[in-house]
Design a protein around this ligand. Structure first.
Ligand code: FAD
Length: 463
């Protein structure tokens, strides 16, 4: 066993290529490069990175009585707290309120003109996590990313190009549009939110357009330059766009820089550190959790993998270790309305040749949504063909992220749509959306034979 002394932080970037290390099992070469002294066991686990995954791992291990070294090069809390979920959702909340004030007449209130004060709200740190696409001239043009926009944008621009129509681009594009900025979302592929079904993306696109956001699809940016203080984005076969500033939201890149993974023989590729189902890297004593390895990069998946890492580090035998189960993972894009999903989309079901039945419930069928003027949206529930087994659910609704969890729990527990239909849901609630999907499923069970039997029973009762 070894005791670490000083200088670890400086060494970390150069030496360690992973998030979690058990010193007792580190390779001699790696240990040799650290300032280490042979002696008593000091740390059970070293965690590199104090974001969600790192903090949960460190807290979990310490909570179980382990001794942990937690190393962070920047701010505690990582992406989510400093320049991801928290600042973006705070801003989304302001933008939503502004929109509601604009629409005040819908609720019988007088219309107001809300003013957002730009300087006070943006609180963030630095860091480099956004992927910067290879566009000619991008190095010569100032642009924002999620790491800088919350902190450094001090004045309202007239116009903004949002490069990327994925979740971050869509969330921030709508936010800035609602704050009064003329936004153009530029998306290389054929739809916004490419992970979601086309009809879902189309619905959101229509909503964006109605709010005054310009959406450019199939637009592969070719060159960017600065002219007369404005950013000019050029395309191979479309008109250029000129705006005051550009926000790059074109995907995420794993934070591998400065880790020198080769030194520890840890395999990785452009998607991040490779890990097996137990979250072990190519060095079984080195674990990875969170965005550095997860395909689905969310705070809750970072938390989920970190909990498994805590357990697997403690468990001495592989057969007792827990595998990651990615079968039921919910997520939500926090637009207005929100887009939330768990399990398969229709597109994925088709790709996988999964036979399915589809139940669509428009939000206008839900009384509470109508009463609250929030009938914009729908739910798509996929079940295995001729069965009530839920394969996936997509909800587009103002509170879709919350509504989704009835389906998340149902999928996790093997509860079918039929059971949801027979569960009493309070009236009037948005949650009735799930029950109505169940009702639609039940109607499909009314086969011609069943119909004949019922007709006969009713006829008999009338005699
Ligand atoms: C704009 C935006 C909005 C988002 N909104 C949501 C949302 O609503 N819901 C959701 O679930 N997810 C959201 N996410 C994703 C979420 O932020 C991430 O999935 C989550 O933060 C991942 O946690 P993590 O611990 O893996 O990584 P991080 O939080 O990035 O933490 C990694 C830490 O490691 C540190 N580090 C890196 N290299 C080194 C080194 N060599 N030495 C020491 N320290 C190092 C970094 O400084 C950082 O603090 C959002 C992301 C963005 C960008």
């Amino acid at each position: 066993m070894y005791e670490l002394q000083g200088g670890l932080e400086a060494e970390v970037g150069r030496l360690l290529c992973f998030l979690f290390v058990r010193f007792g099992q580190m390779s001699a070469e790696t240990i040799g490069r650290l300032t280490v002294k042979k002696g008593e066991a000091v740390y059970n686990v070293v965690v590199i990175g104090a974001g969600t995954a790192g903090l949960v791992t460190a807290a979990g291990t310490a909570g179980l009585g382990g001794r942990v070294a937690l190393i962070e090069r920047n701010k505690m809390g990582g992406d989510c707290l400093n320049f991801g979920c928290v600042p973006s959702k705070a801003l989304i909340s302001s933008a939503r309120l502004i929109q509601q004030i604009h629409e005040a007449e819908k609720w019988g209130l007088e219309r107001q003109q809300p003013q957002f004060v730009f300087e006070k709200v943006f609180v963030v740190a630095t860091g480099s996590r956004a992927a910067i696409p290879k566009i000619e001239g991008i190095d010569q043009v100032p642009y924002f990313t999620n790491e800088t926009i919350f902190d450094e944008l001090k004045e309202k621009p007239e116009s903004m190009i949002v490069l990327g129509g994925g979740p971050i681009g869509c969330e921030l594009g709508q936010v800035f549009s609602r704050l009064g900025v003329k936004v153009t979302i530029v998306q290389r592929s054929t739809q916004l939110l490419p992970r979601e079904d086309f009809d879902v993306a189309e619905f959101m696109q229509k909503r964006f357009t109605a709010e005054g956001i310009c959406v450019r699809l199939k637009a592969a940016a070719k060159r960017v330059s600065k002219r007369d203080g404005k950013v000019v984005l050029e395309f191979a076969d479309a008109e250029p766009i000129t705006a005051d500033l550009m926000l790059v939201a074109a995907g995420r890149t794993p934070n591998l820089r400065a880790l020198n993974l080769e030194a520890a023989w840890v395999d990785y590729d452009q998607h991040g550190v490779k890990a097996n189902a137990y979250l072990q890297t190519s060095q079984p004593h080195i674990y990875a959790g969170g965005d550095i390895t997860n395909r689905l990069k969310f705070t809750h998946t970072a938390d989920f993998t970190a909990r498994i890492v805590v357990r697997n580090i403690l468990v001495p035998f592989q057969f007792l270790r827990q595998k990651v189960d990615w079968s039921v993972v919910p997520w939500c894009t926090y637009n207005d309305p929100e887009v939330a999903r768990v399990g398969l989309s229709e597109k994925e079901a088709k790709q996988k040749n999964n036979e399915y039945d589809l139940f669509v419930v428009p939000l206008e069928d839900v009384d509470r949504a109508v009463v609250e003027s929030e009938e914009l949206g729908f739910a798509k529930i996929l079940t295995a063909k001729r069965s009530d087994k839920i394969l996936g659910a997509t909800i587009v609704a103002r509170h879709a992220g919350d509504l989704l969890h009835e389906f998340v729990l149902a999928m996790k527990s093997g509860i079918g749509l039929g059971t949801i239909a027979s569960t009493i849901h309070a009236y009037p609630t948005f949650a009735e959306l799930a029950r109505k999907a169940g009702d639609k499923y039940n109607k499909t069970r009314l086969t011609p034979t069943a119909k004949k039997i019922f007709a006969w029973l009713y006829a008999r009762a009338r005699k």
